[in-house]
Design a protein around this ligand. Structure first.
Ligand SMILES: Cc1cc2nc3c(=O)[nH]c(=O)nc-3n(C[C@H](O)[C@H](O)[C@H](O)COP(=O)(O)OP(=O)(O)OC[C@H]3O[C@@H](n4cnc5c(N)ncnc54)[C@H](O)[C@@H]3O)c2cc1C
Length: 506
């Protein structure tokens, strides 16, 4: 049976919205893999919130605006920092076990935060704890049902969005689901790049499907590259959280030299894009495929207790971070841009909403402040859920939708992702960009014709990144262009692109 509301994605944003929707009707949450395979599950460092005694929402606001490099939507930032504390208190009431020192919540510091304001859980499993809490809450609501291994392949469009086509990997069949309102909470797009910290599900499906349905895509050129992913041959690019540097970890090149003082006064705690480019430049200078991240001076027992998951995972790949510096290199990590929404998750397409990493509220501007994304998922998940609830006055008939594409989707059970797309995106739309490389990327991507839905989405997203990065003739936040190395006032605006029109700046 069709639900009232369809939520695509079971990360923090989708789960939080589903809880909000449950009192207004039936909610189906679909996820293309298991319900636990999401970036939310892997988020380690924490969740930023101005709750500690020496913190204020104004300071959190200032730090977010500073990281966003002149491109944050101020109202969105204000909304995030003001509504964050209540949203976190609610999570705690629902059972989220954030780490404590005695009776008090324990706050740590991360790069570019002026206060200790990062809550964490089980040391370094914060996202998992938040997702677990939300999932448990959602499961307690009879109106919410879940379907795993159910990939949305296309939105159904007829006078707005009316539902989605779903590929059921277990039953090997595709079928439509219709709903009064649809939420895209499909997460990020890191897998478009060859090196990424993101899980396999992060192929930018939400952005690509929304684009095809006529939605506006905003600031998609801004991709944050995390400076420190484990760089061990044959191992996944496992993230070594910012919190390690927050606890004093030092960066050294393969000659054993500390180098961050040459790049930024905040050294290891400089903004992520600065650290990523510094590492990339040291790798080029030394000809090595990595630099080293060293926390050994804090002692193995501290490291083991504070970062149990990171410690165990590194050990599995042959690195004991308690006794040895870890080889690290940058990797694609977070999409600041996405499907453009207002503060309530509304897109420009009727009945289509977006929240979390798939959305672009403007809250992150040109660069995200560390640990603001879990908070964004929760705060804007609530708002999107409420708006969808209101949008459903009960008077809207649910028109028969038709799949957006005439072309029959070729569905493949093979989940291997097209490496040629990932390589082009990494090499030409990565940490350091230029007009020449971006044009080459466009030309190379244009002629590719991936067959799987994920492949098509990845190509679409890579093309949008290349086009918008090319149009933005400046370096700002996470975008660095060798041919335009300075920030330009003319581009202190958001890029907007949609199927009907080329890139504009607003
Ligand atoms: C390794 C790592 C560490 C991080 N650490 C932090 C941190 O410490 N603090 C912080 O604030 N942020 C962190 N982030 C970022 C943060 O985790 C994400 O931005 C956030 O969790 C995104 O939540 P979401 O709900 O939008 O999407 P996700 O949690 O990624 O969930 C996406 C969901 O969409 C589903 N989906 C995708 N495509 C489809 C489709 N076609 N059909 C059906 N379902 C689909 C997926 O199956 C999944 O259920 C980290 C990210 C990574 C990868």
């Amino acid at each position: 049976m069709n639900p009232d509301f369809l939520v695509i994605g079971a990360g923090v944003a989708g789960l939080r919205a589903a809880i909000e929707l449950a009192e207004a009707g039936t909610v189906l949450v679909v996820a293309k893999d298991s319900l636990r395979e999401s970036s939310s599950e892997y988020a380690q460092g924490g969740i930023a919130v101005a709750l500690s005694d020496d913190d204020e929402v104004e300071l959190h606001e200032q730090d977010t605006l500073y990281a966003g490099d002149g491109l944050c939507d101020r109202v969105a930032v204000r909304t995030l920092v003001e509504e964050g504390p209540a949203a976190i208190q609610e999570l705690i009431e629902w059972g989220a076990a954030f780490d404590r020192e005695g009776n008090k919540l324990a706050f740590t510091r991360e790069a570019a935060h002026s206060r200790n304001r990062i809550l964490h859980a089980h040391g370094d499993s914060t996202g998992r704890e938040v997702a677990r809490t939300l999932y448990q809450k959602a499961c307690s609501l009879p109106n919410v049902t879940f379907r795993s291994y159910a990939a949305t392949t296309e939105l159904l469009v007829a006078d707005g969005v009316t539902g989605a086509m779903i590929w059921d990997a277990k039953a090997q069949r595709e079928f439509p689901i219709q709903a009064r309102a649809v939420l895209l909470a499909t997460g990020g797009l890191g897998r478009v790049f060859l090196n990424t910290t993101n899980p396999e599900v992060a192929t930018g499906d939400g952005v690509a499907m929304a684009y095809r349905a006529g939605a506006e895509i905003g600031d998609i050129e801004f991709v944050q590259f995390h400076p420190t992913a484990l760089a061990v041959e044959g191992a996944p690019r496992f993230l070594l959280s910012e919190a390690l540097r927050g606890e004093g970890a030092l960066l050294r090149n393969t000659h054993g030299e500390r180098f961050m003082e040459r790049y930024h006064p905040l050294q290891e705690l400089a903004p992520r894009d600065v650290v990523a480019r510094a590492i990339s430049s040291e790798m080029t200078r030394t000809g090595a495929p990595h630099v080293f991240l060293d926390l050994t001076h804090r002692g193995e027992s501290f490291i083991r207790a504070r970062f149990p998951r990171i410690y165990e995972t590194c050990l599995r790949y042959g690195v004991n971070i308690g006794t040895d510096a870890a080889p690290v290199a940058p990797a694609a990590h977070y999409a600041m841009g996405g499907v453009r929404t207002d503060l309530d998750g509304r897109t420009n397409v009727a009945r289509l909403f977006a929240a979390g990493e798939a959305a672009c509220t403007g809250v992150h501007g040109a660069n995200r402040l560390a640990s603001n994304s879990l908070l964004e998922g929760v705060v804007f998940g609530i708002r999107a859920g409420r708006a969808m609830r209101e949008a459903d006055s009960g008077t809207d008939p649910c028109p028969q939708g038709i799949p957006q594409t005439a072309q029959k989707t070729r569905l493949e059970t093979d989940r291997s992702l097209p490496e040629d797309i990932q390589r082009i995106a990494w090499e030409k739309c990565g940490i350091v960009r230029s007009a020449e490389g971006l044009r080459e990327a466009e030309a190379l991507l244009e002629v590719l014709a991936p067959q799987s839905p994920e492949g098509r989405n990845m190509r679409q997203v890579a093309l949008l990144i290349a086009r918008c990065a090319l149009a933005r003739k400046e370096s700002r936040g996470a975008q660095f262009r060798t041919d335009y190395p300075e920030k330009s006032e003319a581009f202190a605006r958001h890029s907007v692109v949609c199927k009907q029109a080329d890139v504009t700046f607003r």
